[in-house]
Design a protein around this ligand. Structure first.
Ligand code: KG4
Ligand code: ZN
Length: 338
């Protein structure tokens, strides 16, 4: 069988990224141009600035990716793009670029859901074994899914309010750490102790998550202590928060593995770069004799390689989009693959 080369485009948030992926696994070329430093000045992603920067950078990223892969667009079999979910203006830049390339070079167009991309980042150094339980933890998502095969997904639960990544970012902000907060909370937590008694969300069983109560509790705690001129032990609070936030994730995964009897588990999304979460999740899986996999830290946060991996099964099934493809700020993963 001939090799398949997919050019993938990812612009859903604040990374302009393109990759060329061979047979859904091998990264032949990858460029990630992050806007993080610009948005850090505002304490979070400013959508208007993000889309303008994607527009400025996208052709540079394309040229660089082709150069790294030593390929031309003529060598490519299909163009894949993240069309949902994400910031609408940002997604549109990627979608329009993909449609233009597909039209000019007469290549099939593949519309990929961003969350599917995070899941398929696991395929880069591993072969996902089905059925598998998947926990997606990012700035936009906290989803517990059962992947029955490459194209059938069942949702067990999701957050009913904030995503876990969002809360890492908010807690970091109230503790005076720059955006993106997750990695800074992790660094601070490593120097602290779990000494703050924080509320544990959603004690009842079930598959949904809730993080807004924990977030509000910490914001109020910090404000109250400041008003009383009392010291906040930042590292201890970061450690206590990380412990409770991760415990909520491992508890739900343990419950889901016990209930479903599934013997494979994958973790994905930006928050899965967190070493404490990776370690705790591995422990839960080891205790239950479940095979555990998480992507290399490089592929946990947003990148186009994962989009190229997710596009490959769609390429094999000839699930191509036409030129009416539009960006969507919200789209459930189940709708994207049917
Ligand atoms: O997947 P991602 O890059 O973008 C979205 O699709 O949302 O995830 C970004 C999120 C941010 O909330 C960021 O703070 C969090 O992932 N994150 C982390 C770590 N690295 C990134 N959270 C905790 N620990 C980390 N090391
Ligand atoms: Zn993401």
């Amino acid at each position: 069988m001939n090799d398949t080369y997919i050019l993938a485009i990812e612009t859903s948030c604040d990374e302009t990224s393109m990759a060329i992926v061979k047979n859904g696994k091998d990264i032949v070329g990858l460029t990630i141009l992050t806007q993080m430093d610009t948005h850090a000045n505002y304490g979070g992603v400013v959508p208007e600035i993000a889309s303008r920067m994607h527009t400025e950078n996208i052709t540079i990223v394309l040229e660089e990716t082709l150069k790294r892969a030593k390929m031309t667009i003529e060598d490519i079999d299909a163009i894949a793009v993240t069309y949902a979910p994400g910031l609408l203006g940002s997604l549109l830049v990627g979608v329009e670029c993909a449609k233009t390339l597909a039209f000019i070079y007469n290549k099939p167009l593949i519309a990929v859901n961003h969350t599917m991309g995070h899941i398929f980042a696991n395929n880069i150094e591993y072969d996902i074994v089905y059925p598998t339980l998947a926990l997606i933890v990012s700035g936009g998502h906290t989803d517990l899914l059962v992947l029955e095969n490459e194209t059938t997904i069942k949702r067990l639960g999701s957050t009913i309010d904030d995503s876990v990544g969002e809360v890492f970012d908010k807690v970091a902000r109230v503790l005076g750490m720059p955006y993106p907060g997750g990695p800074n909370i992790e660094k601070s937590a490593a120097k602290g102790q779990n000494t703050y008694d924080l509320p544990h969300p959603m004690q009842e069983e079930g598959y949904n998550f809730s993080y807004s109560g924990l977030k509000s509790y910490i914001i109020n705690l910090v404000h109250n202590e400041k008003q009383r001129n009392r010291e906040i032990r930042t590292n201890d609070l970061a450690c206590s928060f990380q412990t409770v936030a991760v415990d909520e994730l491992t508890r739900k995964v343990k419950y889901a593995l016990e209930q479903t009897g599934i013997k494979n588990m994958i973790l994905a999304g930006g928050v899965s770069a967190n070493k404490y979460l990776r370690k705790e999740m591995e422990k839960v899986c080891n205790d239950l004799n479940v095979t555990f996999h998480v992507p290399n830290i490089l592929y946990c946060t947003d990148n186009a390689a994962m989009i190229g991996c997710a596009a490959y099964p769609m390429y094999k099934n000839k699930q191509f989009a036409d030129f009416t493809l539009n960006a969507k700020s919200n789209e459930n993963i189940e709708n994207s693959i049917s």
